[in-house]
Design a protein around this ligand. Structure first.
Ligand code: THU
Length: 130
């Protein structure tokens, strides 16, 4: 994995717009061809309209044409080992396979790595819509 993923997610976290929760989050997504997409959470005065760091990063990936996600890293300023929220697990599972690695962090780097499949077991799958 690129050693830059944590630094890139931290830099994204510094751009979070989180005036209401004061809970900045940064995310970075790595593809198998070495591209990295970063994101931060964005909040809105009408609270439910805000969105997560992982969702911002996914949007960047898609606007660059998508790709095979190998790694997802999430870091929060005020929480160790933050894991993607339920909605983001479902969004990540839309564009990544269950073997994608999800890296959880403290303020200094990766502390735990697990798979997306382990984070979202038995998630709703698009196949049933066909
Ligand atoms: N948040 C994320 O960006 N990612 C997550 O996986 C969990 C929560 C954000 C959303 C909101 O702006 C703030 O953290 C507090 O919930």
């Amino acid at each position: 994995m690129s050693p830059d993923l944590f630094a890139i997610a931290r830099a994204a976290m510094a751009k979070a717009y989180a005036p209401y929760s004061k809970f900045p989050v940064g995310a970075a997504i790595l593809t198998d061809d070495g591209r990295i997409f970063a994101g931060a959470n964005v909040e809105v005065a009408s609270y439910p309209e805000g969105w997560c760091a992982e969702t911002t990063a996914l949007g960047h990936l898609l606007m660059d044409g998508g790709g095979k996600i190998t790694d997802i890293l999430v870091v929060a300023q005020r929480m160790q080992h933050i894991t993607p929220c339920g909605g983001c697990r479902q969004r990540l599972a839309e564009f990544a396979t269950p073997d994608a690695r999800v890296h959880l962090c403290d303020q200094y780097g990766i502390t735990e790595t697990m798979t997306l499949g382990a984070l979202l077991p038995r998630g709703f799958r698009a196949e049933v819509l066909k």
